[in-house]
Design a protein around this ligand. Sequence first.
Ligand code: GLN
Length: 487
Amino acid sequence: MSDLHKITIHEAHKLLKEKKVSSVELTEAVLEHLHKVEGKVRACVTITDKQALEYAKAADKAIAAGNIKPLTGVPALIKDVICTKGIRTTCSSKMLENFVPPYDANVIEKLKADGYVIVGKTNMDEFAMGSSTENSAFFVTHNPWNLDCVPGGSSGGSAAATASDEAIYSLGSDTGGSIRQPAGLCGVVGLKPTYGRVSRYGLVAFASSLDQIGPITKDVTDSALIMNSISGYDKRDSTTMPCEVPDYTKALKSDIRNVRIGIPKEYFVEGMQPAVRKAVETAIQKLEELGAKVDRNVSLPYTEYALAAYYILAPSEASANLARYDGVKYGFSYRDTTNMWEAMEKTKQYGFGAEVKRRIMLGTYALSAGYYDAYYLKAQKVRTLIKRDFEKAFGQYDVLVTPVSPTTAFKIGEKVDDPVQMYLSDVCTLPINIAGVPAISIPAGFVDGLPVGMQIIGKHFSEEMLLRVAYAYEQATPWHTKKPTIA
Ligand code: GLN
């Protein structure tokens, strides 16, 4: 069968179940295509050809024994911030270039139990700090819709790979937008679950109170299937909630009549690309045509402080989390010194890239005596106000709809010298992490051949509602069926 790599999880499942194709055949087709386009897209840090075929053979055995689940035998790529036992996990950093985890992340244990097939690990901004994947210590990933453009970040490898069919789906992580923004810029579906829905055990920590793992998929149905697999309580992550995991596919109904949708005006920011605004407005009209009740007069007044608060909170947590990379226990170690302090200093000096150092310095400053009250404590108070904004809005609306990013994908190199410009590309996504609520990014059109994303935000643990609205929109529009030509 040609073009096997182009299919979704649910299409693959059907073929596997009906024994029209084996997992080995599917995996070989995906790998063949991956190797064909990877030289241009550059989405993968590690390609696991050998393991992929071993996993696929095991999946075929399970299927022959009548044991098939929705993910069994379906090839995936995993962001290189998620620990995979026996497979190098680098965080796209020199610091972890040769780090092979001795254990699996909880999400990997779950995918394994469901019979998944790993084809590799994806490129990212170093330690997930960035919005373009240009902060990778190894190489830049390209946007499959225009190879001169960035794929977004930090899960740029996962999003670009999914959009270019290098895998049937991928996992990303999202601290301030890192699943949704690249998904939006690459024209695929990205879901950041509620904080506490998915275990962070085995996710290399960036900012622990904001980080969540989530799926990047070709359509909304696949997003629900991954959520069914990776969600749930884990005793090794005390922030996971012990509440039941529903069958998310049950939410996939095309009926959104009378769903109350709020459009917060603060998300249509100054400097937004007019054509992106127009595309999102057209998408909102579509939701209205589908029977949703849309209120365009919603205000979340503390939104304007979210970016500033995030860039205190996230670096503060990062500065504590990254203190462990001292060259003693694991990772890169600078040995050519006469004393321990110098070794630690040099390890950090040569092991971390510029953006990671910038975050560590910002965070250390914000947490230091004399500045703590003025910066960190104040940012925490702003966090509470932002949360309340959302709580209030969700008293009246089932979901909020916004753009994912103020612009389409920008050119490689365009923002590297201006960190503030780069930080601004997450202005619509990071308030969601601050509040801990879930949000999904779905394709909502194109501007000059580049995808535009629409973000749907819900209250805590309302992933079903997000999937329902996303699915209804997807079924009524052609965007998810479009594929880039990688020339
Ligand atoms: N771009 C944001 C940052 O650099 C978000 C990153 C993320 O979500 N991991 O902090």
